[in-house]
Design a binder for this molecule. Structure first.
Ligand code: SF4
Ligand code: SF4
Ligand code: SF4
Length: 375
């Protein structure tokens, strides 16, 4: 089951509950305020040479731990790496019509961030500058943001003993506030990353497609995908036959109707996410367990106590830590479901329990896949 299907299913489940229905109905086109003047970054994959300078700069400006292999080792781009709690951006190599193409991965800073919709504790915020920021003060480590993110971006500090947090690209928000460019953008020697207002970047992307017949796929990934994202991607054109038509269409500002799934699929980008804001689906998913939201203080209190308990005894191995988190979360969910049963009856409690079990299972599968792939 892919992520969109999972969230859609959860969303449908949510609609059977009265509270969930009201929230989904109100969601509208944007579940978050839309900031037309916000910033973004355009990643032009046709310019990227996979040098990893952006990775190195990200590591330096964010004072992240040094990786095992130096950033000068570009062979790692051959592995399909994902972002982690300590690598907020990675560049991987893909084959697009038999040719090597490099693409940078990081948080897309979605217009309607699913991570923010899924977070009970409101740790994620969409900021007017376009960034999606995370404040871990209230984070209890439930990792629903990780389940919800359609791009598998947030990483969890599994090895952090006392206060494990979710981590991801910040869009270098502190640097933006100082009038500086994001570290990765500043470091790119190929101009493969362009920072600017999202609306200007869209015009720039259209101009590049129109002025370079045959070079680009006539599609700007992130313009509408998953409800639109602040970070967007241009891909090389895959099919020679389509190239001239692509450039002509772009010049005439024809709406993009062609299906460029090939190019983007080969570049590891999921066109199946569609254009509906992922946050709406996630919000629906949360509707499946409305009482979880209502009983958040109970859960939060439980999780806080759990975390305190853990602090005292935390010397265990990573595996034991993950297992303990699972058990503690299951106990907290049990407590909340019991409350739902008392107040809403067994039907609502069953729905809530099933939805939470599905979410936890999906997260485990994702986590297992992540760890397999990152090696
Ligand atoms: S949903 Fe994922 S990609 Fe979008 S803002 Fe959240 S973490 Fe970033
Ligand atoms: S914007 Fe900043 S945090 Fe995000 S990938 Fe670039 S350097 Fe890293
Ligand atoms: S620094 Fe620029 S060219 Fe080098 S890998 Fe990053 S995006 Fe690509």
């Amino acid at each position: 089951m892919n992520r969109r299907k999972f969230l859609t299913l959860m969303g449908s489940a949510g609609m059977v509950s009265a509270l969930g229905t009201a929230k989904v109905a109100k969601a509208g086109v944007h579940t978050f305020p839309y900031y037309p003047d916000s910033y973004g970054v355009l990643h032009d994959a046709t310019r990227c040479i996979g040098c990893r300078r952006c990775e190195e700069a990200c590591n330096a400006v964010n004072k992240l731990p040094k990786p095992e292999k130096p950033f000068t080792d570009t062979s790692v781009t051959g592995t399909k790496r994902r972002t982690t709690a300590y690598a907020w951006t990675v560049v991987n190599k893909y084959k697009v019509n038999g040719k090597d193409v490099f693409r940078k991965l990081q948080c897309f800073h979605c217009n309607d961030p699913a991570c923010a919709s899924a977070c009970f504790a409101k740790c994620f915020q969409k900021q007017p500058d376009g960034s999606v920021t995370y404040d871990g003060t209230q984070c209890v480590g439930c990792r629903y943001c990780m389940v919800a993110c359609p791009f598998y971006v947030p990483g969890f500090q599994y090895d952090e003993a006392f206060d494990p947090l979710v981590q991801k690209c910040t869009f270098c928000e502190p640097r933006l506030k100082e009038g500086k460019l994001p570290g990765c953008v500043e470091a790119c020697p190929m101009d493969a990353l362009t920072f600017g207002r999202r609306s200007d970047l869209l015009n720039l992307a259209r101009a590049r497609i129109a002025e370079n017949p045959g070079k680009y796929a006539n599609y700007i990934y992130g313009e509408h995908d998953a409800g639109g994202t602040a970070w967007m991607v241009l891909a090389p054109s895959a099919a020679a036959g389509k190239q001239d038509q692509d450039a002509k269409d772009a010049k005439e500002e024809k709406p993009v109707v062609k299906n460029h799934e090939d190019e983007f699929k080969q570049l590891g980008l999921d066109r199946h996410l569609g254009t509906q804001p992922m946050g709406e689906l996630t919000y629906g998913a949360l509707g499946a367990v409305p009482m979880i939201v209502a009983f958040w203080p109970v859960l939060f209190g439980g999780a806080y106590a759990i975390s305190k308990r853990r602090e005292a005894r935390f010397k265990a191995e990573k595996e034991a830590h993950v297992e303990a988190t699972k058990n503690d979360l299951a106990a907290a969910v049990d407590a909340a479901v019991r409350k739902i049963e008392e107040t809403q009856g067994p039907g609502a409690a069953d729905t809530a329990r099933r939805a939470m079990a599905e979410a936890l299972k999906s997260r485990e599968m994702t986590s297992a896949a992540e760890h397999g792939e990152d090696k």
